[in-house]
Design a protein around this ligand. Structure first.
Ligand code: CP
Ligand code: NVA
Length: 322
């Protein structure tokens, strides 16, 4: 088992089980099942979450989820701690390891979350870096599993930037044998190293990884279309970038090429009117808010898995995961 979650393929072996666990735990918890509600694998542990960038979903879902697992969430905003001022990432990591049962980190450079993990004695979960957003992908694939019974014939299409969210989405799709097609404007393609990792996993699982510059090609007969902002956090100065994304909006015309039972996904926050129209965002086929809720359930599974694997296993035995 991996000690840290820096990218979603760190849990390649157990990914499907982690997601099934989350789906079943959510179902039990929502019907007030006593065993699920008294499942407290983080009892007495403090979990620290460092944020260099703003967050709504990640922060709230971690705080509430950690509480529900019996832990104590500590949110550490960068301006309030010594990290990045007078203290290195490595020293911060060693100090926090003396107090905490686990850490989450939202940072600019992926090298920083690698550095935090390198010096940590407790599990580190990447809560978004410029390269990866594994907690998002866990929630996304959990949501896809909830909405589609037959994964074998699924086609997921990404339309937009070749960014951190796409990286873990494509890895996650490949890990579950789901075809991923992505349409990206020239010059904004995903990281080659991540694409290679994805292709290797997809080959093992018999699924496709297809790159195109044509949004219509990507979405034709697709079951799911996914998009994200054109300008990610940390790229606010790249104002010219938006021009390259003309024709990459997910709108009524684009989704008319999809399967009749199409679904729309977005990690949120959305820039309505840019990458997606109100018509699509507010459509009954939009599952963007299910994804947002599932951040918490997927992360609860990941937290228990990484921080108290024995309790996670024991809870899994109580549930029907097949
Ligand atoms: N999707 C996501 O990570 O949202 P936040 O930036 O609000 O955490
Ligand atoms: N790609 C976006 C995702 C936000 C959740 C960003 O990194 O800003």
């Amino acid at each position: 088992m991996a000690q840290h979650l820096l990218a979603i393929d760190d849990v390649e072996e157990d990914f499907e089980k982690i997601l099934k666990w989350a789906i079943e735990f959510k179902r039990l918890w929502k019907r007030s099942d006593e065993v699920a509600q008294n499942f407290l694998p983080l009892d007495t542990l403090a979990i620290g979450s460092i944020y260099e960038k703003p967050s709504t979903r990640t922060r709230v879902s971690f705080e509430v989820g950690i509480n529900r697992l019996g832990g104590y969430p500590l949110t550490l905003l960068k301006n309030d701690i010594q990290l990045g001022k007078s203290e290195t990432v490595g020293d911060t990591s060693q100090v926090l390891s003396r107090f905490l049962g686990g850490m989450t980190y939202r940072c600019f450079s992926h090298a920083d979350v690698e550095e935090l993990a390198k010096h940590a004695d407790v599990p580190v979960l990447n809560a978004l870096s410029d390269k990866h957003h594994p907690c998002q992908a866990a929630a996304d694939l959990m949501t896809i599993m909830e909405h589609f019974d037959d994964r074998e014939h699924l086609k997921v299409a990404w339309v937009g930037d070749g960014n951190n969210v796409l990286h873990d989405l494509m890895l996650g799709c490949a890990m579950l044998g789901i075809d991923i097609y992505y349409a990206i404007p020239k010059g904004y393609e995903p990281d080659e190293e991540v694409v290679e990792r994805t292709q290797k996993i997809a080959e093992k699982n018999g699924s496709k990884v297809v790159e195109t510059n044509d949004p219509v090609e990507a979405v034709t007969d697709a079951n799911v279309v996914y998009t994200d902002v054109f300008i990610s956090m940390g790229e606010e100065h790249l104002t010219d970038k938006v021009e390259s994304f003309a024709g990459f909006q997910v709108n009524e015309e684009l989704v008319s090429n999809m399967d009749d039972d199409w679904k729309f996904m977005h990690c949120l926050p959305a820039h309505r009117g840019d990458e997606v129209t109100n018509w699509v965002m507010d459509h009954k086929n939009s599952i963007a808010f299910d994804q947002a809720e599932n951040r918490m359930w997927a992360q609860m599974s990941l937290l228990a898995y990484f921080i108290n694997e024995g309790a996670w296993d024991a809870m899994g035995e109580f549930m029907t995961l097949d």
